[in-house]
Ligand binder design. Sequence first.
Ligand SMILES: C[S@@+](CC[C@H](N)C(=O)[O-])C[C@H]1O[C@@H](n2cnc3c(N)ncnc32)[C@H](O)[C@@H]1O
Length: 346
Amino acid sequence: MADVRPFGTEDLVRILFGSSAFQMLNAGCNLGLFALLDARPDLDPEEIGRELGLEARPVQILLLGTTSLGLTVRQDGRYRNAALLGGMIADGTWEIMEDLVAYEEQIVRPAEVDFTESLRANTNVGLRRIEGTGTDLYHRLCANPELEQLFYRCMRSWSRLSNPILVEQADLTGVRRVLDVGGGDGVNAIALARANPGVEFTVLDLPGTVGIARKKIAENGLTDRITVLAADIFTDTYPSGHDCVLFANQLVIWSPEENLTLLRKAHRALPDGGRVLVFNAMSDDSGDGPLYAALDNVYFATLPAASSTIYPWGQYEEWFTAAGFTGFQRLPGGRWTPHGVISAVK
Ligand SMILES: C[S@@+](CC[C@H](N)C(=O)[O-])C[C@H]1O[C@@H](n2cnc3c(N)ncnc32)[C@H](O)[C@@H]1O
């Protein structure tokens, strides 16, 4: 049997009060605690209260929480951020993290109360928390412009956090045109276009989303190399003339049957020798981790679509084979998020 760390009462406490732990992070972001301690480390509680406009009692509650969790460090009655936070603020990752916190708070949390019911019913019961009649989150977002803006701002941050892995691992040598299926606001096409100057891209997404993508691509000065097309990725034929098809954060949304449909469509659209790239979070084939995939799955189980989940690496290889692809390559990201690329050839 594999060496398993014994499960203790401290672990139990972290789980029992898991959503309270998240609220400490959320409040620390919203109230500006971490930004304050970054600008002015080693403040005492009175100074912190004055700067944040908080009374002594809430300051004490907040600092007890953030310090017990390790987000802040107390020394001689003064507080500073944990070194990890300092590093993330310095390299710009914390700005991304604040959007992820907003995503968890405003989009995931209201729906995750339906997690148990979603497991029982084997479908995304949490979608009932989002107004509208579409059967998946994306069709409902199109009918909720304010929520849609928040979603794409945060989705962009999720992608900015992980897509350096895509840029590093996706080998586009010899590729001329990439079809980015369900490319959202174009965040990945933009990053790949910058790193691969000779390559052109087509972003396919729902009619309600393509305006956001066009705006972002124009802001990045890439309209000459990235085209945006409104299409339904299931019912519309994929445009021809691409020698690579990318599914980024896409095949975590759909059922095995739907993923196979999408991969078969990609296979039909590609010339011989064309490549398919799948980029998203992956779970281990052993079925016991990593923790990020396990916990992020609460969101996937309750909200995006009826069968969303973080699949294990091996599952993609089975679908590739069934869709007619060969020459699989697993390219794990090796960072703290379990994102990776898996590629295959027609
Ligand atoms: C999880 S987001 C990923 C966006 C982008 N690929 C990224 O990594 O940031 C999924 C995207 O698929 C799009 N999508 C979902 N269903 C679709 C459909 N039937 N046709 C076209 N696009 C769809 C959504 O609008 C959304 O932009």
